[in-house]
Design a protein around this ligand. Structure first.
Ligand code: BTN
Length: 244
């Protein structure tokens, strides 16, 4: 286990982004948790709403001992870990919208942003940021697709934080030993997307029928009778009905 990292949880007040703090931190594995982010980052260059005390904003700094190709899979592993943590603390059911959204009742309550820092020897460190909407209020535009868990006490938020931290390191140990295969059965069971899907790449859109996910975490869809696989990255996924 990563006792040192678990002892190395830094609780911060207002920061730009816990991912940015973690990327610039020292070499030791650590966890950064903030009350507020003034420049919270989402995937694909989007902003992540991070109002004071309305969300759990945390980043894990790890020194990977795995192959670079395995790093994107950390996001899928963490999605499973977060589902279990939220369910145990809040008593709700969570699903996953591939690759990095955790949903409750079809609305996003958590996003995951995994970033790598490269040095001369390749990937030097990995920062996995998790944003959970504990009590975030959304405007008209976002409220059709995002929601909060309704966690209002600091105590319950800390319980959730601790479950995520423990789950993350247990999951990461398992990931190092067994790879993503160990998580894919649960990932598939939790998938929010079924049927016809649209994948949007930077310059192209693909429409097909979801076949599933392979053990590398790629999504597999049938387009006009041919199977195509796409890895997470610049791809966005949409199902038939609104956000999901
Ligand atoms: C997404 O777009 O779904 C990913 C959202 C990730 C948000 C978290 S909040 C903690 C960490 N710091 C950031 O700036 N982003 C991640």
């Amino acid at each position: 286990m990563h006792e040192k990292a678990i002892e190395n949880i830094k609780y911060l007040g207002s920061v730009t982004s816990t991912n940015d703090i973690a990327k610039k931190a020292g070499d030791a594995e650590a966890v950064f948790v903030a009350d507020e982010q003034t420049a919270g980052k989402g995937s694909k260059g989007r902003a992540w709403q991070s109002s004071l005390n309305e969300g759990l904003y945390m980043s894990f700094l790890i020194r990977p001992t795995i192959e670079a190709a395995q790093i994107p899979g950390i996001t899928l592993m963490v999605a499973v870990v977060v589902c279990n943590a939220i369910e145990s603390v809040c008593g709700v059911s969570c699903t996953i919208k591939w690759p990095n959204d955790v949903l409750v009742n079809g609305k996003k309550v958590c996003g995951i942003l995994t970033e790598s820092v490269f040095g001369a020897q390749g990937v030097e460190r990995v920062v996995c940021g998790i944003g959970i909407n504990t009590n975030q209020k959304f405007g008209v535009e976002l409220s059709s697709k995002a929601d909060s868990l309704g966690i209002r006490t600091k105590r319950q938020k800390m319980v959730l934080c601790n479950r995520v931290v423990t789950g993350f390191f247990e999951g990461y140990d398992m990931y190092q030993q067994k790879g993503l295969t160990a998580f894919m059965t649960e990932f598939k069971r939790r998938s929010a997307i079924k049927g016809t899907v649209t994948l949007t790449a930077p310059n192209q859109e693909y429409k097909g029928t979801l076949i599933g996910f392979d053990d590398t975490g790629a999504i597999v869809i049938d387009i006009n009778g041919e199977l195509h696989r796409f890895i997470a990255g610049e791809i966005s996924l949409r199902g038939e009905n609104g956000y999901v």
